[in-house]
Design a protein around this ligand. Sequence first.
Ligand code: FAD
Length: 405
Amino acid sequence: MSGVVIIGAGHAGGSAAAFLRQYGYEGEITIIGAEPDLPYQRPPLSKAWLKGEASGDDLYLRPQEFYDEADIAIWLNKVVEAIDTTDKTVTIDGEQMVYEHLIIATGSKARPFGCPGAEETPYHLLRTMADAEGLKPHLSAGRHIGLIGAGYVGLEVAASARKLGCEVTVFERESRILARVASRVLSDAFMSIHRDNGVDLITGAEVVGVSADGDRKNVHMADGTTHTFDVLLVGIGALPADDLAKAAGIACANGIIVDSEARTSAPDVFAIGDVTSREIKPYYEGRYRLESVPNALEQAKQAAAAITGFKAPPTEVPWFWSDQYDYKLQIAGITRPDAKLLTRGDPATGAFSVFHLNADQQLICVEAFNRPADFMAGKQLIAKGVALDDAVVADAEASLKPYLQ
Ligand code: FAD
């Protein structure tokens, strides 16, 4: 076998195969995925699917017929054990398979929960369909769920669990939720919304141990208190699944280092999606590991274009979304500690945006909370790099359109 081999049948891997065919690739394509499912979307696992508003079939990126018709071989329940970049092979079940081009799309994995007692205490994680299927039956009305870590996924589960009638307690070590990824205004808005919806949200909460007592799970805090739950979910972030690449000698630093064509340090080896550390030039300096669907799709296009010689796609402004209760958060761009923050609209009304400007008054990030028009305009303004006027930005009624012409 030769052609393109894709490791990981996730959002990035599945999409890369489709873009390869779309861009005219005629060679063999083989996707190898460790999970039992065809490539699927993970975002609904903490949102619509968990609430019972979407079926499993709704999650698949494409049906089996698509892969059959496009002549894309898809091997599920298979783990790639090693990569040899000199012989250009991957190892599966001890057998070598030759590639002409390799795409590593192994995603991210849950950060290990190293808390004392974790090994003896049953708890849930939420990364895969199997994780979600394991969690969902426990979220019936009246059950008390304890959530360790208030990142976006954890908070989405909190909102979904409340909708299902569960009691929910969330523990966050920082003094505010989303401290590293959102502005204070946004954190405060989410804290109020969760508390108004009955979530017991505890910040500055240092979990020092967990234990099991029959069916009950205990969470022990640094202040000596213990909280007891029916269900425990740990959501303390993710790490790049870059072990295979590291073992193969491919350059990694918090993910596989790739260029703007998704090329790694090894010839004919590409990496895409959550597993990568990438540049976002010309918009931002430095390298970023982005965990988002738009990033997975963008890099899938980059790799497919580089392999086929198709026109390289322009770099996109990164963006992300989160749905909690009836609120839609959309974030475009990336902030920096010295950014000037301007709030557009009153957070108390449930619709506002936070604009992050650099020293040249250019927009570098927008957090749009139930203000999709600000998100759309903000994304374009980041790409354009025009200098904005504070008074216009801070006036929720002032149009941003003149800046877009
Ligand atoms: P993945 O989709 O994780 O796929 C990687 C695949 O590679 C996995 O199936 C894994 O089993 C497989 N694999 C790993 N190692 C091997 C191996 N050695 N051999 C074979 N297969 C292997 N993003 C958003 O933009 N918005 C959201 O609202 C949002 N919500 C999310 C909610 C949840 C619950 C989760 C878990 C993620 C969410 N994300 C969201 C993030 C988004 O789903 C990811 O950024 C996206 O799935 C990344 O795609 P990927 O292909 O890089 O990785």
